[in-house]
Write a protein that binds this ligand. Structure first.
Ligand code: NAD
Length: 301
C-alpha cells in the first residue's frame, strides 16, 4: 500500500520503519531533516510538505507532538487538506477528542476522512509492533487501513463517533500518569523510612501494587537513574491536561485526576518539558530529602 507518513520522532520513526519492512511504500515528511534522511536510507521517499505527501498518497498517517502541529499539518497552509490524492488522514497522535473532531470536520469539507488512531505502548511497543491502537471513525475507512495499522500494533475499534479513540487514549494515559507519580510517592516513602527501593519494586511487582510504572519504568529508568524511557514530560502533561479537559467537558469533577494533574504541573515546572517523564520522581524526592536508586541504592541526603 502507498502510505504518507508525517512526524518521524520517537514514535513515528519506528512505526514508519515497520511499515517499510512490511512492504509498504512510504512517502515521508518531517521538519527535522535528519529524521527524513534516516528513513530514506531504509527505502522511503521524501516529500517537501504535508501537501506534497498528500498529493502522492491516498492514506496519510501522522505522529505529531502537539495539538497545533496536528491541526496545521492536517488543515493549515500546505497541509494535507490541500493534497490532490489524499482520501484519509490517520492521526496517530494524542490530541484529545475536541481537536480530533475539529480536524474531522475541517477535512470532511474536502471529502477527506479523519481517522482517529492514538496509540499506547511507548517507544518499545512502536519498535516491536505491539502498540495498542485505538481507532475511531467510519468503519469502512477503518477496514481500508486495517492491514497497515496491524503492522504497528493490536487494533481496537472504539466506535464510529469521531474523537472516541482519543477519549479512550486519555483514560489510558491518565492511568499511566497516575501510576508514575503514585509509585514515586510510595517508593520515596519507603526509602525515607530506610527501605531498599530495589526490594520495594520487587515486592510491589510480586504483589497487588504492581502497575506499569513499577513493572517497566522503575526497573529500566528510575532505579538506574538513567531517566531515558522515551516519553517527554511535556507530552505526558499534555495528555493529563487533555484528560482533565475531557472530564470537565463531560461535567465531571474528579478528585484523583485533579491531584495527579497538580503534581504533573510541578514536574514540568521543575524538570522541564524536554525531560523524560520518569523524572517525575525528582520533585517528590526533593521534597522528602532522599534519592531513590543509583549505584548506591537508597541514599539519604
Ligand atoms: P517526538 O517529539 O519525538 O516526535 C514528533 C515528530 O514530529 C518530530 O520528529 C518533529 O520534528 C515532528 N514535527 C513536529 N512538528 C512538525 C510539523 N509541523 N510537520 C512535520 N513534522 C513535525 O514525539 P513522540 O514521542 O514521537 O510523540 C508523537 C505523538 O505520539 C504525541 O502525540 C505523543 O503524545 C504520542 N505518543 C507518544 C508516546 C511515547 O512513548 N513517546 C507513546 C504514545 C503516544
Amino acid at each position: 500500500m502507498e502510505i504518507g507518513f508525517i512526524g518521524l520522532g520517537k514514535m513515528g520513526f519506528p512505526m514508519a520503519r515497520r511499515l517499510i519492512e512490511a512492504g509498504h511504500q512510504l512517502t515521508v515528511f518531517d521538519t527535522r531533516e535528519e529524521a527524513v534522511e534516516a528513513l530514506l536510507a531504509l527505502g522511503a521517499q521524501a516529500a517537501s510538505s504535508p501537501k506534497a505527501v498528500a498529493d502522492r498518497t491516498e492514506t496519510v498517517m501522522a505522529s505529531l507532538p502537539s495539538l497545533q502541529a496536528s491541526l496545521e499539518v492536517a488543515t493549515g497552509q500546505d497541509g494535507v487538506i490541500e493534497g490532490e490524492r489524499v482520501r484519509r488522514f490517520v492521526d496517530l497522535s494524542t490530541v484529545g477528542s475536541r481537536m480530533a473532531v475539529r480536524i474531522f470536520d475541517l477535512l470532511k469539507q474536502r471529502n477527506i476522512v479523519q481517522i482517529d488512531s492514538p496509540v499506547s505502548g511507548g517507544v518499545g511497543g512502536a519498535e516491536k509492533g505491539t502498540l495498542a491502537v485505538m481507532v475511531s471513525g467510519p468503519r469502512t475507512e477503518f477496514e481500508a487501513v486495517r492491514p497497515a495499522l496491524a503492522v504497528i500494533g493490536k487494533l481496537f475499534f472504539i466506535g464510529e463517533k469521531p474523537g472516541s479513540g482519543q477519549t479512550m487514549k486519555l483514560a489510558n494515559n491518565f492511568l499511566s500518569a497516575t501510576a508514575m507519580v503514585a509509585t514515586s510517592e510510595a517508593v520515596v516513602m519507603g526509602v525515607k523510612a530506610g527501605l531498599d527501593p530495589k526490594i520495594m519494586i520487587d515486592v510491589i511487582n510480586a504483589g497487588s501494587g504492581m502497575n506499569t510504572a513499577s513493572r517497566d519504568k522503575f526497573p529500566r529508568s528510575v532505579l538506574p537513574r538513567s531517566f531515558d524511557f522515551g516519553f517527554a514530560t511535556g507530552l505526558m502533561v499534555k495528555d493529563v491536561r487533555l484528560a482533565l479537559e475531557e472530564m470537565k467537558q463531560l461535567g465531571l469533577s474528579m478528585e484523583v485526576a485533579e491531584a495527579v494533574a497538580r503534581l504533573w504541573e510541578v514536574v514540568i515546572r521543575e524538570e522541564g518539558a524536554e525531560s523524560d517523564f520518569t523524572a517525575a520522581i525528582k520533585p517528590i524526592e526533593k521534597q522528602a530529602g532522599v534519592i531513590v536508586g543509583g549505584s548506591g541504592g537508597a541514599i539519604a541526603k
